[in-house]
Design a protein around this ligand. Structure first.
Ligand SMILES: Nc1ncnc2c1ncn2[C@@H]1O[C@H](COP(=O)(O)OP(=O)(O)O)[C@@H](O)[C@H]1O
Ligand SMILES: [Mg+2]
Length: 277
């Protein structure tokens, strides 16, 4: 099933001459782990803003084409508040997203607004706090938390709404490598436990590639490739993008150049080991 579908979609921010998105045709399927990958300024955040109606409803600009959802809703006619329960988005800086007095209220906030019964709310809080491992900080204030904890709380407060897809825009940008690794492992657990789609824009390719099933490559506001990870990382587009490539990738592409290896470049250490056996 396609959860989100872009059709001949263009977008230009008000005041800019250039289009930030050019003729986007893209299908986001259910139950997939998808990496959105592109250089800084290529349009990743803009594309994500189009997935829950922030563009065109909140940002001033001009668009052509359409963005539709599996249930027939679209990003022009459906209020952002309605979309946000089904399309969950976590932005780079969770601090801006956390508003309540303590973590428990923060997670309950969306459900209270929806009028979900109290018993159901506490059941769902327990579940999402357990999966994100924040049960021990439920009574803390958001400003008392570390960056990694804040990011977990932001994820929990969206998971509790039981969205069809969780979208994250560079969620580890402000975290140290250890915390970044923990968040990405957490996302993988969420994916397998909840069977929802995860779409993530992420620069730490070393950490994210082992989990990604699909990769979307974006350049200058255009999708230049979208496919299975193994195919995409072995293509010329990935090779030429100016990204911080994973160590595994660099080793195996050098071996290939030297004619010491002739199979596909692996995406993870276990895959590399399998391929060498
Ligand atoms: N709120 C905005 N107003 C005007 N231009 C913007 C805005 N946000 C992003 N842009 C422009 O859109 C282009 C794509 O930016 P962005 O989507 O943030 O890229 P990325 O997330 O890949 O770094 C850039 O040229 C950027 O300057
Ligand atoms: Mg961005």
């Amino acid at each position: 099933m396609d959860l989100i579908k872009f059709e001949n979609f263009y977008y230009r921010y008000k005041g800019n001459e250039e289009y930030a998105l050019n003729n986007i045709n893209l299908k986001i399927e259910d139950n997939k782990f998808i990496l959105l990958c592109g250089e800084t300024g290529s349009g990743k955040t803009t594309l994500i803003r189009c997935m829950n109606g922030l563009i065109p409803q909140f940002y001033a600009g001009f668009y052509k084409g359409k963005v539709e959802f599996w249930n027939g809703k679209n990003t022009v006619e459906t209020p952002i508040a309605d979309l946000s329960t089904e399309i969950g988005i976590v932005f780079q800086n969770p601090e801006n997203q956390l508003i309540a007095m303590n973590v428990e209220h923060e997670i309950a906030f969306g459900l209270e607004n929806l009028g979900v019964p109290v018993k159901e709310i506490s059941k769902r809080i327990k579940e999402s706090a357990s999966i994100t491992e924040i049960e021990h900080i439920l009574d803390k204030a958001p400003f008392e938390l570390s960056g990694g904890e804040q990011q977990r709380v932001a994820i929990a407060s969206i998971l509790v709404l039981e969205p069809k897809i969780l979208i994250l825009d560079e969620p580890t940008a402000l975290l140290d490598p250890y915390m970044a690794n923990k968040i990405i492992n957490l996302l993988n657990e969420i994916k397998s436990e909840k069977n929802i789609s995860i779409l993530i824009s992420e620069h730490r390719l070393d950490l994210i590639l082992p989990f990604s099933q699909q990769i979307i490559l974006i350049k200058n506001g255009s999708i230049i490739e979208h496919g299975y990870s193994e195919q995409v990382i072995n293509g010329i587009n990935f090779q030429t993008l100016r990204l911080n490539k994973p160590v595994i990738y660099s080793i195996f592409s050098t071996l290939k150049k030297e004619n010491l290896y002739n199979k596909n470049i692996p995406a993870s250490i276990p895959e590399a080991v399998r391929s060498l056996k």
